[in-house]
Each structure stands twice: as C-alpha cells, then as structure tokens.
Ligand binder design. Structure first.
Ligand code: PMP
Length: 284
C-alpha cells in the first residue's frame, strides 16, 4: 500500500511516526473515515467540515485546505487502485518532544496520516440482508463525544463485550437512554416514524446521519429527534444504525429481543437503498 504521511506518499513500511507524537502518547488526535465506492469519495465535504470542527474544538492548528485534502484523497485512490473501501485520515497534535500534559508550542506542525483500506463489494455487505444483533452497555466515555478523537479504547471494549455475548455490536446507554452505537448512530422505527437522538455533545454528529435524515425528509418520511430507551427499542417495529463504513445497517435484535420477527424491516431496507443511491450520486 502507498500511504500519506506529512506531505509524502510512501510505501506503508516506510511511513514512521515519532514515539513522542502526542497521538501515540496522549491520544491527542482526531480522525475521519470516508467510504469510497467505485473509486469515488462519499460525503467528502461533510467529513472535512467535521474534521475542521474537531480540530477547532481542541485548538489544533495546521489544517489543510479543501483542495489539498481532495488531492491527497485522489492520489491515494489512484496509487492504490482503490475501487471500494475506506480512507482513514488522522491528524494528531504532533511531536511534542519530552512528555508533557501541556500542548506543544504554537506552530508545532500536526502529524497527518492517511491510508486506504480495500473492501471489495463494500455496499453489498451480506449483514445488511440479515441484519445484526446488539447488546446494551453503559456509556462510560468522556462527555465530548461530538469531537471525533482517536480515544477508542472504550468503544473497542464494547465491541469485545458484544462479541463475547455472541452479538455484533453494542449500544451505549446513559441515564436510561441510548446515546449511540459503539461506532455508529442509532435509530428505531415505530408506526412508520424514524426516531433518533438529537444532536448534542452526547453523541458524534454522524455525517451519514445528516444525509440520511435529509433524504428521509425528502421522501416525506416522518422523523422525530429525541432519546429512546432500550425497552422502547425492544418494542419498536424496526431498528438500524448508520455510519460512513456501514451506511444503513438493519438491527434485528436488541438485548435478546427480536424486532420484526428477527428479519430486516421495510423501512431500514428502503433507507439503505435510498442512502446508497443518493450517496453514489453525490460522490466525487
Ligand atoms: N458515532 C460514533 C461513536 C462513531 O464512531 C461513528 C463512526 N465514525 C458514528 C457515530 C457515525 O458517524 P459517521 O456517519 O460520520 O461515520
């Protein structure tokens, strides 16, 4: 693979980052994951806007311009012959020298890393046909989940706990309500209405979520943005989640209770089709 590191395109074995990098030592880095379908980038502007916001919230400097980011994405797609897959982008606060909780001096360049991951047939994930099963887990993350940081230890633990329970993913619960999934935004469907938690610092502002809600509104579907409980999810007609890499993923079981008889429901199925169709049209 050819990867990008601080202005250079390198074979992956040659891309080396300092052991003093704050991304490594402090988890002081933000990231984005963007899907590529048939060589085209999905949701490019949305991911760049969120990256800029994450960096601004953490007073990180050294962001690149839209044109520079686009050129790097295009170069990586071309140099790796990427058809279907993902582009991972990470910006850390850079090499701080000796370990120090304080931020390094102004002007310290960030460490910018991008690489591709090939996922042939990404849009035809068989799990989208059968749906996935989730378990709930307390949300023990910090309270700035709107910032997309690389502090992913707890989400990793949640995915391991789900796997240990024989399920696919975990939904976080705080104060009795579902916040979001371990790496996705969560939804239930009741009486044709799509219910999903409203945006706040409690959840990541999903790029897929924003587009899907726009497409659903355009298709005259009813949307209610409010928190829901696990019990409400278990009594719902359907459930699903969204993320840049999974698009719209149907959920057919919540904490051992099957939804829609354990089969993918019509609303989740339709929303996945709409998202992929509109997403491909808007891809660049
Ligand atoms: N919430 C969390 C915690 C996530 O990690 C992700 C995936 N990055 C999402 C939601 C979905 O966001 P997006 O649609 O932008 O991928």
């Amino acid at each position: 693979r050819t990867v990008y590191l601080n202005g250079e395109y390198l074979p992956e074995e040659e891309a080396k980052v300092s052991i003093f990098d704050r991304g490594f030592v402090m988890g002081d880095a933000v990231y984005e994951v963007t899907s590529v379908l048939e060589g085209k980038i999905l949701e490019f502007e949305g991911h760049l806007a969120r990256l800029a916001r994450s960096m601004a919230e953490l007073q990180m400097t050294g962001n690149l311009s839209r044109e520079e980011w686009l050129e790097i994405h295009r170069q990586l797609i071309a140099r790796n012959n990427l058809v279907d897959g993902m582009i991972y982008l990470q910006v850390s606060r850079g090499n701080a020298g000796d370990r120090d909780f304080h931020f390094p001096p102004a002007g310290t360049p960030p460490t910018i890393v991008l690489y591709t991951q090939s996922k042939p047939g990404l849009a035809e994930d068989p799990k989208a046909k059968t749906g996935i099963k989730v378990v709930s887990i307390p949300d023990l993350r910090w309270h700035r989940r709107d910032i997309k940081t690389v502090q992913l230890l707890y989400p990793s633990m949640a995915k391991m706990a789900a796997e240990a329970a024989g399920k696919h993913d975990a939904w976080f619960v705080e104060d009795g309500f579902v916040t979001e999934g371990s790496s996705n935004n969560t939804y239930i469907v009741k009486g044709g209405k799509i219910i999903t938690r409203e945006l706040s610092n409690d959840i990541l502002h999903g790029i897929t979520r924003a587009s899907l809600l726009k497409y659903a509104a355009e298709a005259q579907m009813e949307i209610e943005e409010r928190p829901f409980t696990i019990a409400e999810a278990q009594a719902a007609d359907e459930a699903f989640f969204t993320s840049a890499s999974a698009f719209v993923m149907p959920v057919v079981e919540v904490d051992g209770v099957a939804l829609n008889g354990g089969a993918v429901g019509p609303v989740a199925k339709r929303l996945r089709e709409i998202y992929l169709e509109e997403g491909r049209k808007a891809a660049i």
